[in-house]
Ligand binder design. Structure first.
Ligand code: C5P
Length: 318
């Protein structure tokens, strides 16, 4: 990723943060508050955003990267909300410029916005010398969004509740992935809504009274522990996949193209529209990525591995 000289100027802090894929996303019924209880098995993968915090008169935001034009640069950006929340927690004004070097697909189901929030928290906490205890950073993360705590922690974890209550998981090896980036994003609330609509339409109902409590798959947790890609491929699942494909029917062709090319398994990443392909090794990942590019069913295909570390301070020129 290219970094400009301004990112490295004295007095700035840069934090790097990974994307995620959900190797299991079991979605319970809609709760009275509109959220859904989850059994959400997160795996951090090696596509990264970087957030650089530099002192400024007021909170300002810039973004660079292939999809930078789709990133809001106002107070609704999760990174800006993170800086504001951390400053308020310490009785400060958020006098900071945040620059986001964006490599994670935007609105892609890989927690890019959540990643930027976690990186902004870490970078601002270092810049301001506020030394917020880890437990408080995690509760600030949970207030910002369901996926933000995992972006801070990285590795692999089981998320319960709406995904914010994390239990770290052991992994026994490195998994090789291909991610097919789609044109345009999908709105997470819209995908959950479509999941509810499909459940209602099927007659099963969509509330917590209708849908059994979501549980993690023991076979999937064992596959993560042993690092066995074939076993992981056999046990992965995403309850939001049908809803994402319903809203974006072209994803079916992308999933089929990756499977035909030899991926061990194909699934929608989180709420999509990025699709994820687990492969046996790095060579297979390269082959599947080339086939996906040639298929014309996606905008780009990226290879990477997981687990990846959580948000980390990369450069500190204080
Ligand atoms: O927590 P976050 O702000 O990322 O959630 C975005 C939206 O996704 C929520 O407003 C809700 O519509 C949906 N969601 C949900 N259940 C979850 C997580 C998110 O319904 N566990």
């Amino acid at each position: 990723m290219t970094r400009t000289a301004a990112d490295r100027r004295p007095g700035s802090v840069t934090a790097r943060v990974p994307a995620k894929v959900n190797v299991q996303l079991a979605v319970g019924g809609r709760r009275p508050d509109g959220f859904h209880d989850l059994a959400n098995v997160f795996l951090a993968v090696g596509l990264y955003d970087e957030v650089t915090a530099t002192p400024a008169d007021t909170l300002t935001l810039t973004c660079a990267g292939p999809d930078a034009d789709q990133v809001p640069l106002d107070g609704t950006n999760l990174a800006a909300r993170a800086a504001t929340a951390l400053a308020a927690r310490h009785g400060l004004e958020p006098r900071v410029h945040l620059h986001i070097a964006k490599d994670i697909p935007v609105a892609g189901g890989m927690a890019g916005g959540s990643a930027d929030a976690a990186a902004a928290l870490l970078a601002c906490d270092t810049l301001w010398g506020t030394a917020t205890p880890r437990s408080e950073l995690l509760s600030l993360c949970a207030e910002l969004g369901s996926d933000v705590p995992f972006s801070l922690v990285g590795g692999a974890a089981l998320g319960r509740g709406r995904g914010e209550l994390l239990e770290p998981l052991e992994t026994g090896g490195t998994f090789h992935w291909v991610f097919a980036v789609a044109d345009g994003g999908l709105s997470t609330p819209a995908v959950y809504k479509e999941c509810d609509r499909l459940r209602d339409a099927s007659g099963q109902g969509a509330t917590t009274a209708d849908i059994p409590d979501p549980e993690p798959s023991p076979a999937l947790l064992a596959a993560l522990r042993t690092g066995d890609p074939a076993a992981l491929a056999a046990s992965m699942s995403n309850d939001l996949q049908a809803a994402a494909v319903s809203l974006r029917p072209s994803l079916a062709a992308t999933l089929a193209a990756g499977k035909e090319a030899g991926a061990l398994a194909a699934l929608v990443s989180g709420s999509g529209p990025t699709t994820a392909f687990l492969t046996a090794d790095a060579e297979d990942a390269d082959r599947v990525a080339a086939a996906l590019r040639a298929s014309g069913t996606c905008r780009a295909a990226r290879t990477t591995t997981g687990p990846a570390p959580g948000a980390t301070v990369l450069a500190n020129t204080l």
